[in-house]
Design a protein around this ligand. Structure first.
Ligand code: HEC
Length: 120
């Protein structure tokens, strides 16, 4: 059996964090007795281990999400969910997302303004 390469380590750790947070967040919302609609920033916390807190990725293999067009983010998440765009990790992550959650996440990341500067 082929061993996992080192480069996949952080991605695995991120996926693990995603799964743990994913299990913990709904439990907390239930405790508070809230249905918590529109809490995109809370959902986005599950994406932060790989895509960065504000959608600026610090992992070499995860792309930035901040400032990307809303329709693009929405379409990519739908494509991962349906399997049209295939990726081991994002396929698992997108699978349980509803259309409403995808729309919220796409709106959340596209609303983050990014500033581009030329390197000195
Ligand atoms: C375990 C790490 C990990 C987590 C957690 C994660 N992603 Fe990703 N994501 C990736 C990687 C790696 C890619 C690049 C996949 C590819 O090559 O298709 C990616 C790609 C994407 C893309 C496509 C971006 C583009 O430029 O085409 C979107 C959109 C996205 N992720 C959204 C999310 C959202 C929303 C969440 C949280 C619900 C999330 N991701 C959680 C690792 C992660």
């Amino acid at each position: 059996m082929k061993r996992l390469s080192w480069s996949r380590g952080p991605l695995r750790a991120g996926l693990f964090a995603f799964l743990v947070l994913g299990a913990a967040l709904p439990a907390r919302a239930q405790q508070a007795g809230a249905s918590a609609p529109g809490k995109a920033s809370e959902k986005a916390r599950m994406c932060a281990p790989c895509h960065g807190v504000n959608g600026l990725s610090e992992q070499p293999d995860a792309p930035h999400l901040a400032g990307q067009p809303e329709f693009y983010l929405r379409d990519q998440l739908r494509a991962y969910r349906s399997g049209k765009r295939s990726h081991e990790v994002m396929g698992v992550i997108a699978k349980p997302l509803t259309d409403a959650e995808i729309a919220e996440l796409a709106a959340y990341y596209s609303a983050i303004a990014i500033e581009l500067k030329k390197k000195p």
